[in-house]
Design a protein around this ligand. Structure first.
Ligand SMILES: NC(=O)c1ccc[n+]([C@@H]2O[C@H](COP(=O)([O-])OP(=O)(O)OC[C@H]3O[C@@H](n4cnc5c(N)ncnc54)[C@H](OP(=O)(O)O)[C@@H]3O)[C@@H](O)[C@H]2O)c1
Length: 283
């Protein structure tokens, strides 16, 4: 199976590439602003806003499956239109598409947990763009997998961990919210689950998956766990309530992963479990 990782240079993409190379494969991967660091992949420059370049990359790689791990944030042309463009191309060429979506598609109001059957009700431009892309993927590519995920944590390198380190060290202003709840996932579990889904039969892969951990934590609680694991003093972390800031976006958004977990061999660990171990980069 030839797999193209779109967004292979990003945080999740780097782990997808690493796992493929460790398993003895040589994946094709794309970057936008800077090539990825792995020599084990074949790198292609791609801007999802450029339809001709997308066709060129697909012609060159001729993938049987594509994992879309890009993030264009709230940029509609990348996150919404780019996702739709890729879904159209995948449908025309009969390519299996695995599309990474986000818990930002949900408002966090009116329910405790969101399962895989829940439909988007986004509050932010980023959430709306992600919701638009995943809706197009589901309608245009009936055999596609939509994989919704939450805060992605690694071994010190995610944006969330870097923020905690900077706040604890006093090198950055800001605070961690005590009322902003998510279900973090470890990047290694997430990438392994995406590879498992990508390698499944098309009929098994055609679905919505919730690739999030089972533990719901506030960003402040998550920060305390990260600080402890990485040798920082959690007492130095500033806290605040996001509801006092007027910032838009869902406050309490919990992805229920139980139906997804029953389908997968890959275990999606909760943050309390994976953050109780010391970081490999600290040892
Ligand atoms: N990080 C989280 O906590 C989180 C939470 C929920 C959902 N997600 C979802 O998980 C996925 C991976 O997130 P991540 O944190 O790994 O993202 P990331 O580190 O920001 O990586 C984004 C990737 O998208 C590429 N990209 C950016 N603009 C592009 C464009 N115009 N055309 C083509 N590629 C472009 C980047 O390329 P360059 O680096 O070369 O510019 C990079 O490879 C995304 O779908 C995101 O929405 C992430």
């Amino acid at each position: 199976m030839t797999v193209l990782i779109i967004g292979g240079s990003g945080f999740l993409g780097t782990e997808l590439v690493r796992q493929a190379v460790s398993a003895g494969r040589r994946p094709a991967a794309t970057f936008h602003s800077r090539p990825g660091s792995s020599d084990g992949a074949t790198w292609h420059h791609l801007d999802l806003r450029d339809p001709a370049r997308l066709e060129e990359v697909l012609d060159t790689v001729a993938p049987t499956a594509v994992i879309n791990a890009t993030s264009g944030g709230a940029d509609w042309a990348v996150t919404a239109e780019g996702g739709i463009r890729l879904a159209q191309a995948a449908a025309e060429r009969g390519i299996r598409l695995v599309h990474v979506s986000s818990d930002a598609i949900f408002s966090g109001t009116g329910r405790d947990w969101y399962d895989e059957s829940c439909l988007p009700d986004p509050l932010t431009p980023y959430g709306a763009a992600k919701a638009t892309a995943e809706t197009a993927v589901r309608l245009l590519c009936p055999h596609a997998a939509v994989a919704r995920t939450s805060l992605i944590i690694g071994n010190g390198r995610s944006e969330h961990e870097q923020l905690v380190h900077a706040l604890a060290a006093g090198t950055r202003q800001g605070a961690l919210y005590t009322d902003d709840i998510r279900c973090p996932v470890h990047v290694e579990d997430l990438a392994a689950a995406l590879w498992e889904i990508t390698g499944s039969e098309a009929s098994e892969a055609a679905s919505v998956f919730h690739l999030a951990g089972p533990d719901a934590l506030s960003r402040y609680e998550l920060g305390e766990l990260i600080a402890r694991r990485d040798g920082f003093d959690p007492a130095r972390l500033p806290s605040a309530r996001r509801s006092d800031t007027g910032l838009h976006g869902g406050l309490d958004v919990r992805l229920d992963n139980r139906a997804t977990q029953q389908k997968l061999r890959t275990r999606l660990r909760g943050a309390r479990e994976f953050l109780s171990e010391s970081s490999p980069e600290q040892t």
